[in-house]
Design a protein around this ligand. Structure first.
Ligand SMILES: [Zn+2]
Length: 99
């Protein structure tokens, strides 16, 4: 995988880890905004999530980043997210009202 992209997917274990900070922005700002836009525009659930993600990744393609690099990075990230979901379920569901 392209080293620059790999850096964007791997935690650096610092207090201000860029991966953790980015995931916080996505969870706090992008996900609720996409859900609100879907509802307000009467679009199917997850339509903006999917099209938005694809569009943002398309911008990376346009910048000349190799598609296999992007595919591989997304696959790694989804693996991590699946593992986190499984972990949350073991702990009794996602945290509620802890934000
Ligand atoms: Zn991190």
């Amino acid at each position: 995988m392209d080293d620059e992209i790999k850096k964007l997917t791997q935690h650096d274990m610092s207090d201000d880890c860029p991966v953790c900070r980015t995931q916080d922005v996505v969870a706090m700002a992008l996900m609720p905004a996409a859900a609100a836009w879907e509802m307000a525009s009467e679009l199917p659930r997850f339509s903006l999530a999917l099209q938005g993600a694809a569009g943002l990744l398309g911008a990376m393609l346009e910048e000349g980043i190799d598609r296999t690099t992007i595919d591989s990075a997304i696959s790694d990230l989804l693996d991590d997210i699946e593992a986190a979901i499984a972990e949350d379920q073991v702990m009794g569901g996602p945290p509620q009202g802890s934000a």
